[in-house]
Design a protein around this ligand. Structure first.
Ligand SMILES: NC(=O)c1ccc[n+]([C@@H]2O[C@H](COP(=O)([O-])OP(=O)(O)OC[C@H]3O[C@@H](n4cnc5c(N)ncnc54)[C@H](OP(=O)(O)O)[C@@H]3O)[C@@H](O)[C@H]2O)c1
Length: 311
């Protein structure tokens, strides 16, 4: 697997490269236009197809509800009557709601290259990879770390795993959607990263919503509180590099803040939430986790030692 730090350090260069290529593409220079097939025209699939049209590619689309293709057809896309009709495209992207809904659709076609952007588990991605290999399809599994409105902008990052050869062969097409990051040949890797990153997002957002509910019990509005939360979140983000080093080395020595103090603080948060009449559903499991780690002997260690309990 490629070292994630190497990936991060190459980010600026690859962004620069993307901008140059996008500019060249807009000017009709350099890359050759390809035929791109898109299966699924929900919020995300329609954004993907729109970005390919914007970059001048020949786009063929299929959707269970064909009426949704209207705006894309007006921009020059071609509508396929069946999934099988997109199979002749140079590269086919699939973006349906789930792997379960996608499975019968994929069974209808045998494209040369399939890029799956439907969210799922690592196991589901590996199953599709096995199925694709049995049909001679080059398979790339991707996850979109962006909302539809971000597709085609520098804010979009898309993580890929699977066939490195297929990824490289179609890198320029994929760059139209956002910054592509190839994680390795294991087709399950992108889904694993996706769920790990979304876990950070969901737990952070839940913590924020709990905070709003807590200060709200005393009449503090979200508008008043959020300017405090934003720099705090960025300060918390600043701790991650140090925690990463501690987890990597297994050395949890700290002269900053020990786990027992933080476990005690979490108990205060649970008590105060209860006293203020709101649910403890967000902080209570965290208080339990930290207490378990203290009981396991990590009281004097850094917060990063909690990972031993999670593992
Ligand atoms: N939206 C985002 O911000 C976002 C971000 C990252 C990743 N994603 C991922 O992208 C994928 C698509 O998300 P979305 O936001 O575009 O969802 P969506 O707007 O709900 O669209 C779902 C798509 O799946 C199709 N579909 C659903 N059930 C089907 C079935 N039984 N047979 C055939 N087609 C079926 C829909 O067809 P109809 O139009 O006929 O209903 C539509 O094309 C998901 O896996 C999602 O996790 C989305």
């Amino acid at each position: 697997m490629q070292d994630p730090y190497v990936l991060v350090s190459t980010r600026l260069f690859s962004r620069y490269l993307s901008s140059v290529k996008r500019f060249s593409s807009m000017m009709g220079m350099g890359e050759s236009k390809k035929q791109v097939g898109v299966l699924g025209l929900g919020r995300m699939g329609a954004a993907l197809a729109g970005a390919f049209l914007g970059a001048g590619h020949d786009v063929v689309v299929w959707n269970r509800s064909p009426l949704k293709a209207g705006p894309l057809l007006d921009r020059g896309a071609r509508l396929a009557a069946t999934p099988a009709e997109v199979a002749t495209a140079d590269v086919v992207l699939s973006c349906l709601s789930t792997h379960d809904t996608q499975q019968p659709v994929l069974k209808e076609l045998t494209p040369a290259v399939l890029v799956n952007l439907t969210s799922g588990t690592p196991e589901q991605a590996r199953d599709v990879a096995k199925w694709a290999a049995s049909r001679g399809i080059d398979y790339v599994d991707g996850v979109i770390m962006a909302v539809p409105q971000g597709i085609g902008t520098p804010a979009a990052r898309i993580l890929y795993g699977g066939s490195a050869a297929a990824f490289e062969a179609h890198r320029e097409v994929l760059e139209v959607l956002g910054e592509p990051v190839f994680l390795g040949e294991d087709a399950g890797l992108a889904a694993l990263y996706d769920l790990a990153l979304l876990g950070i997002m969901w737990s952070t957002m839940s913590g924020y919503l709990h905070a709003l509910a807590l200060v709200g019990t005393e009449g503090v509005t979200p508008e008043r509180f959020t300017p405090m939360a934003l720099p705090w979140l960025s300060a918390v983000g600043g701790f991650l590099a140090g925690m990463s080093a501690q987890v990597a080395s297994g050395d949890y020595t700290t002269d900053v803040s020990a786990l027992d103090i933080n476990a005690a603080g979490l108990k205060l948060l649970v008590e105060t939430s209860r006293a203020q009449g709101i649910s403890t559903v967000v902080p209570a499991p965290l208080a339990e986790l930290f207490t378990r780690a203290v009981d396991a002997g990590h009281g004097a260690h850094a917060i990063a030692s909690v990972i031993e309990e999670i593992r």
